[in-house]
Ligand binder design. Structure first.
Ligand code: GRF
Length: 221
């Protein structure tokens, strides 16, 4: 099936545990996507090690080395084009992409965020959740638009907030769900089982049933 697998470009800035979840999913012969390249704006990001360990091209495009955002995004586009990327997955990528850049990949840029959007967009989502005192937190995979974590939602997963939680413990509980949800959402997107309808998405009934039926981590992607 490799000829028809969707080519993903994964953009990272940090640890890359979500990248790892995508790499692991892509290692399965029946997964409909492959990671064509990983691009980091931070040269020291551990995610780059993960890419190299998986034999995937790992490229650094440092925003600080470019005079303007336009220049930075041009360099980013160059790296993605060279790897013939068709879909972009943001996985802890700490730069906002312009509408111009997003227009090069219409409806093909996904992001994962550690909150149940539209609650707690932006930085420190877990801290925001704890400060607000919510009892349920979680993560969201969504299509990216020019806003901050505002694009149409593909999927969400919830976790409890426990009385003694701090940012670290809550973040770790959310990450377990992130690693399950992101490969599933990418599968739905690249196979056309989720489609854009204005500000919302529609997920095919069969995909929804499967996702609800298969709860165990790793079984869903
Ligand atoms: C995740 O919590 C993700 O939701 C957010 O940034 C974090 C990245 O973690 N966008 P990692 O680099 O994938 O481990």
């Amino acid at each position: 099936m490799s000829a028809s697998r969707a080519r993903l470009g994964v953009l990272v800035s940090g640890s890359g545990s979500n990248l790892q979840a995508l790499l692991d999913a892509c290692a399965r012969p029946d997964y409909p996507a492959e990671v064509a390249c990983v691009v980091s704006n931070v040269a020291t990001a551990y995610a780059l090690e993960r890419a190299r360990a998986a034999g995937v091209p790992a490229v650094v495009v440092d925003h600080k080395a470019h005079a303007s955002k336009v220049d930075f995004e041009q360099a980013l586009l160059g790296a993605l084009r060279e790897a013939r990327v068709e879909w972009i997955c943001l996985a802890g990528f700490m730069r906002l992409l312009s509408a111009d850049f997003l227009g090069r990949f219409p409806g093909r840029v996904l992001n994962i965020h550690p909150s149940l959007l539209p609650s707690f967009p932006g930085l420190h989502a877990q801290r925001q959740a704890l400060e607000r005192g919510v009892k349920v937190a979680g993560c969201t995979v969504h299509f990216v638009d020019a806003g901050t974590d505002t694009g149409p939602i593909i999927g969400q997963a919830a976790v409890p907030v426990l009385p003694d939680d701090d940012e670290k413990s809550l973040g770790a509980r959310i990450l377990v769900e992130e690693h399950r949800l992101y490969p599933l959402a990418v599968r739905l997107a690249v196979t056309g089982q989720v489609s854009l309808e204005g500000a919302r998405t529609r997920v095919a009934a069969r995909a929804t049933t499967d996702a609800l039926a298969l709860r165990s981590p790793g079984a869903m992607e």
